[in-house]
Design a protein around this ligand. Sequence first.
Ligand code: AMP
Length: 273
Amino acid sequence: MQAWSRNALRRGRSIGFVPTMGCLHDGHGSLVLRSVRENDLTAASIFVNPLQFGPREDFGRYPRPFRRDCQRLTGWGADVLFHPSPAEMVPEGLTTTISVNNLDKTLCGPLRPGHFQGVATIVAKLLNAVLPDRAYFGQKDYQQLKIIERLVKDLNLPVRVVPCPTVRESGGIALSSRNRYLTTAQKNKANQIFAALQWGEKLLKSSPYYASSALNTVKKLLKQISGSRLEYVELVDAESLEPVQALRTKCLLACAVRLGKARLIDNLLIEPR
Ligand code: AMP
């Protein structure tokens, strides 16, 4: 992978990079298409990262439709796919890990111990393999995006992180590889997650100093989704990811909901008026 990238860089070509875990959908597609627009060459990776799954999570059954993914990448115009084996990426004796502190103290962090350390370690390795000028990350995984931005800044990695907006289905549900675990009825219910966040945004914008009351309303709406279990709903500062009591700065309203066999996360960025 490095040989391909070095060769391209020597010829003065810019490289855009889209890291993924595969089971590609149009959300991934939006990142690849943007990279193709903004760079001479686009590399994508498919790697289901064992380090970011907890012991009781879905690593084993995470969907891996590899041939279909390759076709989609070709259709979107990617130039190269990096598809390393787990043994290459996580060899026995891997003892160096990367922790981005503080940003993992809220939202998904406490519920998925070790998750963001696994993400940061593998993304750093992928960036070292692909040597891109720009790397594209979705705002759907907002906490991950902020952690990668900080990793790149703190370690002076020579790459520009490009945040990309969440792509949704017409009903509102954010596209996700894990939507495959949902039945049609559950998918319809999952649309209510975005609707609840939007309602929260409306309340926060009209009463920015009553964040806890808005948050309670969103909590109630999310708990009403039948067959679901709310893991968290939080309002945090969009940069520090620390909880806030009022909408004074740009904030993130974010939640995680379990529905059937899926754990769904979603969020909305909210700017004060
Ligand atoms: P994943 O394969 O789930 O690890 O995601 C790979 C990249 O695609 C990450 O940067 C995600 O944030 C991004 N992504 C996933 N779903 C969406 C979506 N619905 N809209 C935009 N980006 C997304």
